[in-house]
Design a protein around this ligand. Sequence first.
Ligand code: AMP
Length: 213
Amino acid sequence: MNLLLFGPPGAGKGTQSTFLVEKLDMRHISTGDLFRSAMKNNTELGQKAKQYMDKGQLVPDEIVIGMVEEKLKSLSGQSFILDGFPRTEPQAKALDQLLTQLDLKLDWVVSLNVPDETLISRLTGRRVCKGCGAVYHVDSKPTQKSGVCDVCGGEVIQRADDKEDVIKDRLEVYRKSTAPLIDYYQAQNKLLDIDGTGATEAVFERIKAAVAK
Ligand code: AMP
């Protein structure tokens, strides 16, 4: 089963992907994570992406599409979860073409619905480990020792694009460029509307029940 996790920043796409990868043995393809890893390694791709990401803007389509193409081609039969891609209509169309070309099928688009005020409080309070990428929240999931990752002991920081002024831009970009894809996937009969509020485990149970239909 191949899935696309869809939703605004802070909807829980990354968290739910982690559950799915653990419990259902799927390969996680997160364009945001791929860019962050390229930035950490200071590659040419990372330097290019940083200019857009730090401002909450989208990285140009051709860069993102090329990166996803490479990942899909390296799958060798494993199921996948797309997280954070596509984010624009040209990306969605390119994905359809790629899937046809590689003889792959997207089974469901899981759309996580979360009200704006919850998104903003999740994003402003989010902290991530620079080392292993573990995700925390200042109120709902703090680290045991301030600024230190419980998992690997790495430094826990706030993502540059999780600052309040950048969040507003990211939500605006989502509304303008990404949200219209809901209709695109509805027309393909692939959309599953999931309530993304409440405990992460509860959201995961909702997803599991919906994709088992
Ligand atoms: P995310 O971790 O999914 O919230 O992505 C963080 C940032 O990476 C976004 O705000 C964009 O700047 C960039 N990014 C991730 N995925 C895409 C995409 N599919 N298209 C364009 N930019 C992207």
